[in-house]
Design a binder for this molecule. Structure first.
Ligand code: DON
Length: 307
């Protein structure tokens, strides 16, 4: 019997094929060379079945979609108290690359903005971790989530690190406030490698499905994330995952999600499914224009809104 899901997904992509709104990120030089017409979508359900259409085998850098997973890894490695002492859980209402620190504590407001993600990266792999330990930890963790060995795109890494002045400035401020210890360069270096990990929409869908599935990877059956960590990660994604568009996203789409500047978007609907999309043209918030449109369509047609 023919499966209607791929036909439906093809129909959604076809309806968006001519939408050329938005611009490819160019503050990371390597990303400016991306093919702006790439368009793909994947859905993964808790029994491990994954549906994907369009450019579903094209690899792109995970970028900020690594942030919720690094947050989950830091919660596992250091416990909630240590993580809470370093980063908050409140939406910043500001762009992803603003400093956005809390008054008083000087903690970054949440782990989805760059300031919070840089602080979280520095917590990875325990107290005496080296920068290499942190990179190994996050790349292996992302690989476990995807169910295959993921690797760093060295060209994207090099291109971003050469122009990473803003992230370096953020970590220097965090060091000044005592939120981050050790070398600022090592933190930015490791975080930039974390962001340069290559994924496909199928990987993102399965990784999202793992969070949606209370931490059990649906294809391998492995428990990769404790249930309480998966729940907390989804909660922070819901509130902060789409940056200064987070409120609008929650009203229009209603699925905990995270976007990345390479054009990826990952969503996780608790108990139901994970989804991944790619389309490199971004809106003014840094979210993929057609990725957001795909999610809006899925949410509306399939009653996927949480509320
Ligand atoms: O740190 C940065 O600016 C990038 N490596 C990641 C930013 C990002 O993906 C923002 N998301 N839309």
């Amino acid at each position: 019997m023919r499966n209607p899901v791929p036909d439906y997904l093809h129909e959604i992509l076809d309806s968006l094929r001519d939408d050329r709104a938005g611009t490819v990120a160019d503050y990371i030089p390597q990303l400016a060379d991306a093919d702006p017409d790439v368009l793909g979508v994947a859905l993964a359900i808790p029994n491990g079945r994954t549906y994907s259409v369009g450019d579903d085998r094209v690899e792109f850098s995970i970028q900020s979609i690594s942030k919720p997973f690094a947050y989950a890894a830091a919660l596992i490695d250091r416990g909630a108290d240590a993580v809470d002492a370093t980063v908050g859980v409140e939406p910043s209402g500001e762009a992803f690359d603003e400093l956005s620190l809390e008054g008083g504590t000087h903690r970054p407001k949440n782990p989805m903005i760059n300031a919070g993600a840089l602080a979280v990266h520095h917590l990875l792999a325990g107290d005496d971790a080296t920068s290499q330990d942190r990179v190994t930890r996050i790349v292996e963790f992302l690989s476990e989530l995807a169910g295959r060995v993921l690797t760093v795109d060295e060209d994207v890494y090099r291109s971003e690190i050469e122009t990473a002045d803003r992230n370096l400035a953020i970590v220097h401020m965090l060091r000044n406030y005592g939120v981050v210890a050790g070398s600022a360069h090592a933190v930015v270096d490791g975080y930039t490698r974390q962001c340069a990990v290559r994924v496909t929409v199928r990987d993102l869908a399965v990784m999202g499905a793992t969070l949606a599935n209370a931490g059990v990877q649906p294809v391998t059956g492995n428990r990769v994330v404790p249930a309480a960590v998966a729940r907390r990660t989804l909660a922070v994604m819901a509130g902060c995952g789409m940056y200064d568009a987070a409120g609008d996203w929650l009203v229009r789409v209603g699925i905990p999600a995270k976007s990345g500047v390479a054009g990826g978007l990952m969503g996780a609907l608790p108990g139901e499914l994970g989804l991944g999309t790619v389309s490199p043209r971004l809106d003014t918030h840094g979210n993929s224009v057609r990725g957001v449109a795909i999610c809006e369509r899925l949410s509306r047609d399939m009653g996927m809104h949480l509320m």
